[in-house]
Design a protein. Sequence first.
Length: 367
Amino acid sequence: MKILLLVTGGRGGSDFFQGLLDEHDEISQFPGILRPTNNFKKIFDSRNPIKIANQFIKYAPYFFDSSQNSHERHNRLGKNKNQYYTVSKQKFINNFKNLYSYKNLNNLEILKMLHKAYYLACGKKIKKIKILFIHTHTIDMTIQFLKIVKLTNYSIIHTIRNPIEALYSPIKNWLKFKDGKTFFSKDLFFQIDLALNGISDLLKINKKTYIVLLENLINKRSKVMRDFCKIFKIKFTNKLLNCTYFGLQWWGDKVSGRWIGKSNRKFKSKNLNLEKYFFSRDITYFKSLSYDISKKYYNKKYYLADNKKIHVNVLPIKAEILVWKNSFKHKRIKHILSIPYFYLKRVILINKFFIKNNHFPYSIGTK
């Protein structure tokens, strides 16, 4: 059984890609992110099957009743945005108990059995499973997940979008979401570092990394999904062209601030209000630093840096100023005090001397 880890770039469409795999009978997955929290770690503290199954339910109750998952809008699924899914907890516990054959299972074997027990509780056949698909979401969470599960043989799927939009979209959406109460200097630095260093950071973890471009996932979906099936040796089905969870249409998460529909529209970049979050020098700065990424995956004039290049920027970028104001607005003392640290960290680390992208993984759907 192949194991694939799904890791996102800045608003890179990881939930959307996972939803496209929803109804494939050769793929087993939980309907969401496996976050390596303390409750996740506790799953593996016991070797009693009943305790393990119950701890998993405690860890992710929204996998069994999606009406509890409002953040990802799994409580607003279906054509009329009024449906959700449920999975029998008792069936899951019974299935796991029956699958749990001996006491000396390692953490990875337990995780595989949890997937199978869940799959069976959903009324599916485990004999067809060829891929274990796990959404670990961020690079840091992926590293923690690997330490807990002790996983060594796996591949990574990294969903990304054009670097400028990978900055613009999260800055815009997170500053709007809950009036910016969850987006501060630390979060802004995280998004900048992810957009410019995410690929190279993932390759340090695992060379077996594949790229999925959000733009291709929207505009050339059939080509991407057919290539995905060819690479990982599973059958192609038209169900891979629709984003669903438990067969119910998914409309996007709360952070996006809108309903994405079936996302069959063409992906367009020209109507971005970049000036709202970036000075013109900021755009040149980020285009200069992301030149190699853009040239490899996009090769369009829009994405490439202008003749004038800025490889080091010691001046505050507009997004930083907006985030600083946001910290004072919400009177977050901890975040106010962190402003100088993350500003200096950005100046020192986000420049041509530290950003090295020498190798680029294959982008699925580009052959």
